[in-house]
Design a protein around this ligand. Structure first.
Ligand SMILES: *Cc1c(COP(=O)(O)O)cnc(C)c1O
Length: 352
């Protein structure tokens, strides 16, 4: 067998405390899992019902184009039409589809530390990544990213807000960045944490997308919608770009139960706003407790916080968090996902 040498350096994704994390995924209450920025509440009741109803049709292939789901997403983003929407098996698949359509060889510019999947996914499809350090406030540095653009650059990924730092750039800064970028470079705005940002000056990237021919916003049902296991992500793109993404897309990769749940969840705007409101309040509470304990942390605009305290400290009260060094931060830092209030109580109990 002749395997591409680039794969020798890529390891399958493995969290460090795999057994404990899996025990939580299977329903054990021994640990609280705050490692993957999931929403502890899971799907809304209406989305659960939609999954059950969809099972009667599980013998048939899913809707290949995810039409009802694309309509629901378009309604939520005024000015967009289903033709502007691509859907994938999680944002992860949308990102891979995007990388597949880029000309090779070539390079993708990313902020760093950021989402490690960008690096492994790019290598697998045969693209290099160039990591541009965050600025001193742990924010993506648009100026430095622009300076790194060369004729080899095929795309820039702006993770906004950025995982794992939790920082964001307002829409105006993203707009100037997009304007300055050459037209033949794709700009991917990974907005997995869109719904957790409180600043109105952040909102509205779909308008920027519609006025461009090279910008896509990707979002997900894995976070605020609590549907991580059903694997639904989407991208809002100019029509021509969306058309190319569908060409690269694996047919039927987006399952029927997930489509049904996501379509219903997208229309529960009040319930979703309530959830994101609760997570914002929990974020303030947890950060205030970090402050009171004298811990260094990065003020977050997401459902997680980077804090200078080793994971072992939180394990005292049975709370699992992600260790900073797995995410490009120094040893001694942790990325703490925000859970339900009682889970966050357990997290904070470890500090006293
Ligand atoms: C969680 C997350 C996603 C979502 O990935 P899915 O494949 O939709 O589950 C995308 N980007 C970033 C940066 C994330 O943290």
């Amino acid at each position: 067998m002749r395997i591409r040498p680039v794969l020798d350096d890529i390891l399958p994704y493995h969290p460090p405390r795999l057994a404990e994390e899996i025990s939580v995924d299977r329903g054990s209450k021994e640990y609280v899992k705050l490692t993957m920025n999931e929403l502890s509440f899971g799907p809304l009741p209406e989305a659960r019902e939609a999954v059950v109803e969809s099972l009667a049709r599980a013998g048939r292939y899913p809707d290949r184009d995810a039409d009802p789901l694309r309509e629901a997403i378009a309604e939520a983003n005024p000015g967009t039409a289903p033709e502007n929407l691509v859907v994938g098996n999680g944002t992860s698949e949308v990102l891979v589809d995007l990388m597949q359509i880029l000309d090779r060889p070539g390079e993708i510019i990313i902020p760093w530390p950021s989402f490690p999947f960008y690096v492994s996914a790019a290598s697998v499809v045969g693209l290099r990544t160039r990591k541009i350090p965050l600025d001193e406030h742990h924010r993506a540095d648009p100026g430095a990213m622009l300076s790194a653009v060369t004729p080899e650059t095929r795309a820039v990924i702006l993770c906004n807000p950025n995982n794992p730092s939790g920082t964001y750039l307002p829409l105006e800064a993203v707009r100037s960045f997009a304007r300055a970028l050459p037209d033949d470079v794709l700009l991917i705005l990974d907005e997995a944490y869109y719904e957790f940002v409180a600043d109105p000056a952040y909102m509205g990237s779909h308008e920027l997308v519609l006025a461009s021919n090279n910008v896509i916003s990707t979002r997900t049902f894995s976070k605020v919608h609590g549907l991580a296991a059903l694997r639904i992500g989407y991208g809002i793109a100019p029509e021509r770009l969306a058309d190319y993404v569908w060409r690269a897309h694996v047919p039927f990769s987006v399952n029927q139960a997930g489509q049904a749940a996501a379509t219903v969840s997208m229309r529960q705007t009040e319930a979703i706003a309530e959830r994101s409101g609760l997570m914002k309040r929990e974020r303030e509470r947890v950060q205030a407790a970090f402050e009171a304990a004298g811990l260094e942390y990065i003020p977050s605009h997401t459902n997680f916080v980077m804090v200078r305290e080793p994971p072992m400290v939180f394990e005292k009260t049975g709370v699992l968090v992600r260790e900073g060094e797995a995410l490009g931060y120094p040893v001694g830092w942790s990325r703490v996902s925000l859970g339900a209030p009682e889970e966050n109580d357990r997290l904070l109990a470890a500090l006293s």
